[in-house]
Design a protein around this ligand. Structure first.
Ligand code: ATP
Ligand code: MG
Length: 510
């Protein structure tokens, strides 16, 4: 009898305490649970919903994106057999879990169990047929809400670039998190101008009803114009971060024609910025397969209504050389001028780069600016970064570079060709058009139109310095050296062709 009681007691301990614990810690338990679920589920009739990544027009399906965000946040995603671990985009010490393909993710909503299966380009939702009327629509709304909240919290901006046109590829845009550190506030431009841009963007965000009442597409186009290295691209980054919009950076060289450009536009989403940099160069050189009319339709054609709440941003170095039809209101609503540095922007750069508000060399710098010398913020900024350990050396180098720029201008008025020292010490050549002397930065379309200003088209041309490679500014501090180099390069430039480096693609230009 005693043995029987002992045996019964042991059986109870094993049955109620040991077995569940062993099972919950072993893959056997996991296996049995899955089998049980499968068994139980097989008594119900199910409905399946497919959510493909792209629709029939190859546009990204927003529901797919939301489901992905939602599933990644579910505890069942972390518990699945395979999970991808990635480092955080903005915080490298953060680990992000991302679901893996071919896994099944159970979820419970309003007391019903549903299952998600994930394949590379498609999600499949499985739910009991008898429950679909009760939960489907509110479940999808729930996913939308949760995904929206997660995205708003993450504040993450994505950069999309267009790939080559490969028929077997689904969609042409390749995305990566956009982690550019520039903001509108870090741009060294007139602070009034910054505020005007910010309030223009803010009022755009609130204007959906207004645009629709007028029968207009809710979009706004910006033209950023000015010489190379004046901060146009960095400002675009700042605008995207300000709006929390994704950037679609259109590489016109990879587009095979007008209809290809339209297709690309169709594959963009709303709440985004479509960016075309150096538009003037593509149009002038005819280096893209897109025609002028293709560009005009892209900017303001009937197709531009697809995917509202959009900003289009174009950069050019010299807007006077762009066909006026490209610039008409509607195609371009706001013109922002990015001038070369003046003394005031130089002081802002000295403050941000060297941490100095005043210096005994400032009067000398001001004087040389007054003579008409000027360099881009990129050039002056780079000199300051290279010499940040010694503000005096940095200022002296800036003075020398400005002096050289001035000398070059004087010579160019005779020879018609300017050679100037760039930020990294290399020598640039640019067309000899006169540089403007207004440096305040201005915004047309919103306020005054600085149409009287003309700017030299300054494509960044780095001239090879022969055997020794590109000259480096860090090694040169005296005006004598700079002048010697300038003279040497002037002689060389008459004989040699130059290498045009732009966006990393080296291209010979003569
Ligand atoms: N106004 C500015 N304020 C702050 N930094 C600037 C400014 N202009 C240029 N820079 C700095 O110079 C570098 C080049 O700037 P950016 O690429 O934005 O110039 P860009 O006008 O787009 O030149 P490009 O026409 O050659 O593409 C960046 O590192 C940027 O931080
Ligand atoms: Mg740029």
């Amino acid at each position: 009898m005693f043995l029987l009681i002992l045996f019964a007691f042991l059986a109870l301990v094993v049955g109620f305490w040991l077995v569940p614990r062993v099972l919950s810690r072993t893959s056997l338990g996991h296996f049995l649970l899955n089998r049980w679920r499968f068994f139980e589920e097989s008594f119900h009739a199910h409905q399946f919903y497919k959510i493909p990544k792209f629709n029939q027009h190859m546009q990204e399906n927003q529901v797919y994106h939301q489901v992905l965000t939602y599933l990644n946040s579910l505890p069942s995603a972390a518990d699945s057999d395979f999970v991808n671990l990635f480092s955080g985009y903005n915080k490298s010490n953060q680990i992000i879990l991302v679901i893996d393909a071919h896994q099944v993710f159970p979820d419970t909503f309003l007391g019903s169990r549903v299952y998600w299966k994930f394949d590379k380009d498609c999600f499949v939702l499985k739910m009991r047929r008898k429950e679909k009327r009760r939960i489907l629509s509110s479940y999808l709304q729930h996913i939308h809400k949760v995904a929206d909240e997660i995205e708003q919290k993450s504040n993450e901006v994505m950069l999309y670039i267009n790939s080559e046109n490969e028929p077997e590829r689904n969609g042409r845009w390749i995305s990566t998190p956009f982690t550019h550190p520039a903001t509108i506030d870090t741009a060294v431009i007139d602070s009034d101008l910054k505020n005007k841009v910010k309030s223009d963007l803010e009022s755009f965000l609130k204007s959906k009803q207004y645009y629709h009442r007028l029968g207009r597409v809710w979009k706004r186009s910006y033209l950023l114009y000015g010489p190379s290295g004046t901060g146009k691209s960095s400002f675009i980054a700042g605008m995207a971060k300000f709006l929390c919009y994704d950037i679609y950076d259109v590489d016109m060289l990879k587009i095979t024609g007008d209809s290809d450009l339209k297709r690309l536009l169709l594959q963009t989403t709303s709440k985004s910025m479509i960016v075309v940099e150096d538009l003037d160069r593509y149009l002038a050189e005819k280096s893209t397969a897109v025609s002028l009319s293709g560009v005009l339709n892209f900017m303001d054609g009937i197709i531009s209504c697809c995917g509202e709440e959009r900003l289009m941003v174009f950069t050019v170095s010299n807007k006077d050389q762009v066909d006026p039809t490209v610039l008409r209101p509607g195609r371009i609503d706001v013109h922002i001028h990015f001038p070369l540095c003046d003394f005031s922007s130089f002081k802002n750069l000295a403050n941000s780069h060297l941490g100095i508000k005043e210096h005994k060399l400032f009067p000398q710098v001001e004087e040389i600016f007054q003579t008409g010398a000027s360099l881009s913020a990129a050039e002056i900024g780079e000199i300051m970064i290279s010499n940040r350990g010694s503000p005096t050396r940095a200022l002296k180098t800036v003075i020398n570079a400005l002096q050289t720029n001035n000398d070059a201008k004087t010579t160019s008025s005779k020879t018609g060709l300017i050679h100037k020292l760039t930020h990294n010490g290399s020598v640039t050549g640019s067309s000899g058009a006169p540089r403007n002397l207004s440096h305040s930065g201005s915004i047309d379309g919103l306020v005054d139109l600085p149409s009287k200003l003309t700017h030299s088209g300054s494509s960044r041309t780095i001239e090879e310095s022969g055997d020794s490679g590109i000259f480096c500014m860090e090694n040169m501090h005296t005006g004598k050296e700079l002048k010697k180099l300038y003279g040497l390069l002037r002689n060389r430039s008459r004989r040699k062709e130059s290498v045009d480096l732009d966006g990393g693609d080296a291209k010979l230009s003569t």
